[in-house]
Design a protein around this ligand. Structure first.
Ligand SMILES: NC(=O)c1ccc[n+]([C@@H]2O[C@H](COP(=O)([O-])OP(=O)(O)OC[C@H]3O[C@@H](n4cnc5c(N)ncnc54)[C@H](O)[C@@H]3O)[C@@H](O)[C@H]2O)c1
Length: 378
């Protein structure tokens, strides 16, 4: 079986999730190359040691990412660093000729995103994608199939969102994800937005304009040293967009990204309302595909327990339950297939989609500031 040799830059929360997926690659029965972790980079030694302790394939454990980019026995990089580093580091990875799975928001702002896309234009031979795992839940894949089969008829509206509640705890200390300098002006939209955009953008639904309502609810947080630090990032965002399909039809799309949503623990959802039928997926009920059926002139909601029927085959029986780490494994399978030149039914977020994401979020900031609808500039 072919191998894809990886370097990981950023060995924190998400770096370890990749490690875990690699550790159980045998879970997949799909015909796919095997990732091997050859190098790790992080300036935190403890973070690197987790990899050297668990993977005897790691040859390089470094603090300077350039060292990994110089290695001929590394084919691809997973980069999971804070947002302020995306522009420079992603561009360097691409220029070094390594395939890249980067993390959202794929540049701290539009300028940084353009820098990355420019590097890619000069190096089109590498496969570059942005991580986004939730659409790989089987019940969401079913919803995607329904969209592609045109089952909804005229679309009335689409709602997609990603909501957290841990920031409701005002005693939670500040971290880099709550500072403008490192997380960026987009705030919660940069952190959570791409997750909400992946399915709509892939379905060819383009926001043409946006009206944004942004809330900075928590103005300061404990600094972890006994004092308080300013917390200037947007906590909650609701975007309303006139959205156009590939056939020129339009409908309103509502995108919600919230850090202060009561009761939401990593709640990701998408709801499609159509004239013929409607359907929804919510990670709070991860095995359920909900859809309407006409009962005479009325609509009844049905709940189908989809079970474990992912896009890429695995050893798990179809009656079992699917979860977050399974979606990560499926996302990685999609990426590695694309690196190996295979076409996939549904793949990771593309660089072009990150461009649209930044156009939307930049317009959203302007919309909120000027309290008006702002066109999305292409
Ligand atoms: N796909 C998802 O569901 C998901 C979830 C959380 C975060 N993310 C994204 O993943 C990325 C990383 O987030 P995280 O939660 O893993 O963060 P984290 O803080 O847990 O990890 C970041 C790591 O980068 C290291 N680091 C920072 N600067 C460095 C440098 N200059 N050189 C080397 N190492 C450096 C830190 O020591 C840390 O170990 C972000 O882009 C974030 O938006 C994605």
């Amino acid at each position: 079986m072919k191998k894809v040799r990886f370097g990981i830059i950023g060995c924190g929360l998400m770096g370890r999730e990749f490690g875990s997926a690699v550790g159980r690659w045998c879970h997949l029965t799909e015909n796919v190359a095997t990732p091997e972790i050859v190098g790790v980079c992080d300036f935190n030694e403890t973070a690197r040691n987790w990899f050297t302790d668990h993977f005897d394939t790691v040859k390089y454990s470094v603090t300077d990412y350039q060292e990994l980019l110089n290695k001929e026995d590394i084919d691809a990089i997973y980069c999971a660093l804070p947002h302020n580093l995306h522009g420079k580091v992603y561009s360097d990875i691409i220029r070094a000729g390594k395939h890249l799975l980067g993390e959202k928001p794929f540049g701290i702002d539009k300028e940084a995103n353009e820098e990355i896309l420019h590097a890619l234009k000069e190096n089109p031979q590498v496969i570059v994608r942005c991580a986004s795992e939730f659409p790989f839940f089987p019940a969401c894949q079913e919803l995607i199939r329904w969209i592609r089969e045109n089952k909804f008829g005229k679309i009335l509206e689409v709602h997609a969102g990603f909501k957290h509640s841990s920031d409701m705890d005002l005693t939670k200390p500040i971290n880099w994800k709550r500072t403008i300098e490192i997380n960026g002006e987009y705030g919660c939209m940069g952190d959570l937005g791409i997750h909400t955009q992946h399915v709509p953008f892939r379905m060819g639904w383009k926001p043409r304009n946006v009206y944004a309502v942004l809330s900075d609810i928590c103005k300061e947080r404990p600094d972890g040293k006994g004092g308080m630090a300013p917390c200037k990032t947007w906590d909650n965002a609701t975007l309303i967009c006139d959205t156009e399909t590939e056939t020129g039809d339009t409908f309103p799309m509502f995108l919600e990204t919230k850090r202060m949503a009561p009761g939401s623990t990593d709640e990701w959802f998408i709801e499609v309302y159509g004239l013929n039928c409607s359907a929804k997926f919510n990670s709070n009920d991860p095995n359920a595909f909900c859809y309407t059926q006409a009962v005479g002139k009325e609509q009844a909601w049905c709940r189908l327990n989809v079970g474990y029927k992912p896009l890429f085959s695995t050893i798990t029986g179809g009656i079992f339950e699917f979860g977050f780490t399974d979606s990560i494994l499926q996302m990685w399978c999609a990426f590695i297939k694309e690196v190996c030149g295979e076409k996939v039914e549904f793949g990771c977020f593309t660089p072009e989609e990150t461009r649209l994401s930044h156009q939307l979020l930049t317009a959203a900031l302007k919309s909120h500031k000027e309290k008006r609808v702002v066109a999305i500039e292409e």
